[in-house]
Design a protein around this ligand. Sequence first.
Ligand SMILES: [Zn+2]
Length: 239
Amino acid sequence: MTTILAFLLDSLILLFSKIVRDLEKLSPEKQREVSTRACPSCGSQYLIKNGSIHNGKPKHQCKSCGHQFIDNPTKTIVLLETKQLIDTLLLERISLRGIARVTGVSWSWLQNYVNQKLSCIPRQISISEKPRGKLIIECDEMWSFVNHKKNELYIWLAIERNTKEIVGCFVGDRTRKSARKLWASLPTIYQQCAFAYTDFWQAYRRVIPPKHHRAVGKETGLTNHIERLNNTFRQRISR
Ligand SMILES: [Zn+2]
């Protein structure tokens, strides 16, 4: 019995001296942190500094459970008016970081907000009812890029000349495969009845049935509407 008690006492002393040694290893600054702050997740006081968040507030990390936190977090709810303002600003030629600076929301919040908006947009293009008959469409592809210019992509669009409705859309590279995806995105009635004007890009000739297609130069004015629309997109929503 006495041996067991002595063994337990020994173990306790060992454990205690280990804790003291661990604390001594910490710098005075860290020791101060240990004494005043506690992890909101597990209550441990063994914390280290871990950089700062977007507004400069220092971030702490719990060495026991890995939880990261800041002092006095101020989670503010973005007001409806701010959201409405952001919706309007998103249609202008302003960068996301610019919008975040002006409206005071965090950049990551804004990115999430935009992603959410995007996920709500229906993937299928819905068009108004069309009488059977001759439908004229204009197709064009617009160059753009994501993040940096080497990461280029093309926005393929088809609009109906009379109604100016966008009836087909595909985003991808400039290959024949993408032209085929644009054609496939058209509602059936357009694939059956529409006559398409495009530029001389060879991909169109291989994809659109010859009976339904004519390649024309800019000077003919037969692709004016789609080019006008692409110009508007380039200037208004260049982001
Ligand atoms: Zn913890």
